[in-house]
Each structure stands twice: as structure tokens, then as C-alpha cells.
Design a binder for this molecule. Structure first.
Ligand code: FEO
Length: 394
């Protein structure tokens, strides 16, 4: 998106990044992303909301030039992460009169990460309002959504809530408001799963803070904007709730075919029992897809062969991912194979121990699965079925 007028005196001045394929050298970006920055021209003061990733600073500067902005009074920094804050030093160089409005924690981060000096800041408080003349901005602190300093800005007169990472999506598009929310559902869920899910209970409390605000537009700093609040707040209410679905997520990997065979039989056993299975071969799985599947699933089972007495490193990575994302799983188990022994189950169980999920007895197969092993896999499927029934999912 280039420069776009959102409404009188409010402009999109950020940048699309449709070619970017990885975030934090970790998160796949199948739809690219955008770094949304907004300019509000009040009758007395002008404010810039966040900046852009340093790789796109030229686009932000070009957009400001096109608007013929002669001065900026305030740069509102919602978040210290550089995909939003990284071009603030460049804006300060062009507009040295500007002050960075942010909270104390974010100020420290910006001084540490971007070497912005103390004299450039005005520290604001939760709930504080600042007048731009005919427009008033109010700050709403939302710590740990997803860093300790994260916050939002509400523009009362125009009923716009600027949310930075919160309620965003990694989705590069030329449409400011996609006409079809179905296009946004999946990128928004992927974004929630990868970035916001570990903070589920904190997000739940913060949704309460904003649910009664009069909102015509939600303007995040990644992806398209939302018209009204119902769609995206409805999605988040569902994702952060304790409700789970009749689904098993199965990230697995095999070296010589034994764990493949176990996984294949297990998937069919679950499907025969009317349980939906989301299986991911870790040889080439997209971790964003796994994260998305974990948003709603009642159960996760990790499948691995034994490598040097422990799990396959890719299975260990999957277990770490599950632990780090803290999904609302109710049940966990492990399936896999071994040649002559090992501590694979112990190591995976220890990794997953901090999750508040009940562990259902794993099934480990010596070598290639045989009749008795298939019986044990069926028993595991029966146990999962019984647990899902207890929760009323089946
Ligand atoms: Fe989009 Fe937490 O940065």
C-alpha cells in the first residue's frame, strides 16, 4: 500500500512487504506482511503512529513528503520491536522537533535498541489523553500483548483504535479494507497463533478493556484494517476462550518408515472414531500451520523415532514450539519407535511438562510395528476418544 487517505486528515503512510518470507528468521510469511504507519493531522498538532521496518523507511519518508508535512509534533511508539520502531530515528532526523510519545518501558527499549536519546521522549501514562486540537488521542496500555511495553491508541473523535501488533495479520495487500473478511480470517489466525497465543489469558483481560469502546475502525500495524470491531474481536474471543475442538494435532517425523507407519495407522484409527486429525510431517512442515492447528485442538500427539537415545531433533523442536506457544490443549501423548532403548519419551515429556495438559500413556514401538503394536495404537485412540467424549466434544 502506498499513501492512502483513510478519512479527512488521517492517512496510511506505511509500507507493504509482499516478498518477505520469514519473520524473526523463524516465522514463515506465506502472504508477506506490511508495516502500517499512520499520520493524524489535528488542527494544532500532527502525530505519526508508529514507523516501519528499517528496510522500508524510504517508503515512509516518500509518503510523508507526498503529504507535504512540514513538521511532526509527536511520534507515537506503541512497541519497541524494530518492525515498527526501526525507522523512528530516520523520522527524527527529518523532523528534529518531533517528540516520541511512549510509556516508560518502551522508552528504555528504544534507547537500548535504537540509541534514541532521552531528550527526544515524552513519557505518557495509561489512560492519558493528548489533544491535537480538534482530535484527541488516548493511550491504553496493554502490557504483554506481546512485549511488556505494548500499548494502543484510541482516537476518540474518529472512533479509530490503533492496535500495533494486536489484532493484526501478516498479509500484504493493496486493499486497505478487504471486502471479504474471509480473506483475513486465516492470516489473522496464523498471526494470533504464532505471536499472540502465549499471552492468551492476558489478551482475554485486554479484550475486556476495549470491548465497550465506540470503534468504527481498528487499525493494526500489520495487514489490512478492520471495519468495525465485531469480526476481529469475535475471532479473538473464540481463540482466547477455553473452548477446544474435537481435533488431534500430530506433528511427526520418521527416518526409516517405522514412525511413518505408526502415524499412518494412528491417523486412520482416530478418523474411524470421528476425531479430526491435523497431521504434519516435520520433514517439511510450515510451523505456522502447526501453530494455527494448535489454537483450537483438544489434543496433541508428537511422533518421533529415537536418535542417539533421544527424540529426533525436529520432534524436539515441535515439542519446544508447543511448549512455547502455550496452546489450550487438554491432552498430550507421544508415539514413536526405537531400536534398542533410549529416553525419548522422558525427554519429550519433560519438555512438555509445563503445559497444563493431561498426559495419556505414550506408545513406543520396537522396530517396525507389529500386530500387538497396532493394538496399543488402537488403545491410545480409544483413550483419546473417551477423553474427548468426557469433554462433550464427541
Ligand atoms: Fe510487529 Fe512485535 O512486532
Amino acid at each position: 500500500m502506498d499513501l492512502i487517505k483513510i478519512m479527512d486528515d488521517i492517512f496510511y503512510v506505511g509500507a507493504n512487504d509482499p516478498e518477505r518470507r520469514l519473520f524473526d528468521q523463524l516465522i514463515p510469511l506465506p502472504d508477506g506482511t506490511s508495516y502500517n504507519s499512520y499520520l493524524i493531522k489535528g488542527s494544532n498538532k500532527t502525530a505519526l503512529i508508529d514507523s516501519v521496518d528499517p528496510s522500508k523507511k524510504d517508503i515512509l519518508v516518500k509518503n510523508l513528503k507526498e503529504l507535504r508535512i512540514s513538521s511532526i509534533d509527536y511520534i507515537i511508539a506503541h512497541h519497541g520491536e524494530q518492525d515498527h520502531s526501526g525507522a523512528i530515528p530516520d523520522v527524527l532526523e527529518i523532523f528534529p522537533e518531533a517528540k516520541v510519545l511512549t510509556n516508560e518501558k518502551c522508552k528504555t527499549e528504544l534507547m537500548d535498541l535504537l540509541l534514541i536519546t532521552d531528550d527526544k521522549f515524552i513519557v505518557i501514562k495509561d489512560g492519558q489523553e493528548i489533544s491535537l486540537g480538534n482530535k484527541t488521542i488516548r493511550f491504553i496500555f496493554t502490557p504483554w500483548v506481546h512485549w511488556p511495553e505494548t500499548m494502543l491508541t484510541y482516537l476518540a473523535e474518529d472512533r479509530i483504535l490503533f492496535t500495533c501488533d494486536f489484532l493484526g495479520s501478516h498479509y500484504a495487500t493493496e486493499e486497505l479494507f478487504p471486502d471479504n473478511t474471509g480473506k483475513i480470517y486465516e492470516p489473522a489466525k496464523r498471526y494470533y497463533a504464532e505471536i499472540m497465543m502465549p499471552f492468551r489469558s492476558i489478551i482475554r483481560k485486554n479484550l475486556e478493556k476495549i470491548k465497550d469502546l465506540g470503534i468504527d475502525i481498528i487499525a493494526p500495524s500489520h495487514g489490512p484494517l478492520h471495519k468495525g470491531k465485531d469480526f476481529i474481536l469475535g475471532c479473538y474471543s473464540d481463540w482466547v476462550s477455553d473452548n477446544v475442538k474435537n481435533e488431534v494435532v500430530l506433528p511427526y517425523i520418521s527416518m526409516h518408515g517405522s514412525t511413518d507407519k505408526i502415524a499412518e495407522y494412528f491417523i486412520k484409527a482416530l478418523e474411524k472414531r470421528d476425531i479430526n486429525v491435523r497431521a504434519f510431517n516435520l520433514a517439511d512442515a510450515d510451523i505456522g500451520e502447526i501453530a494455527m492447528a494448535l489454537v483450537d485442538a483438544a489434543t496433541a500427539v508428537i511422533g518421533s523415532p529415537t536418535v542417539l537415545t533421544g527424540p529426533h531433533p525436529k520432534a524436539l523442536f515441535a515439542a519446544y514450539l508447543v511448549k512455547a506457544l502455550r496452546p489450550k490443549l487438554k491432552f498430550l501423548s507421544i508415539i514413536g519407535s526405537y531400536g534398542w532403548g533410549g529416553k525419548m519419551v522422558d525427554m519429550l515429556a519433560e519438555m512438555l511438562g509445563s503445559l497444563q495438559a493431561e498426559v495419556i500413556e505414550p506408545v513406543m514401538v520396537k522396530g517396525y510395528p507389529k500386530d500387538n503394536d497396532y493394538r496399543l495404537i488402537d488403545e491410545l485412540a480409544d483413550k483419546i476418544t473417551a477423553k474427548h467424549k468426557e469433554l462433550g466434544l464427541l
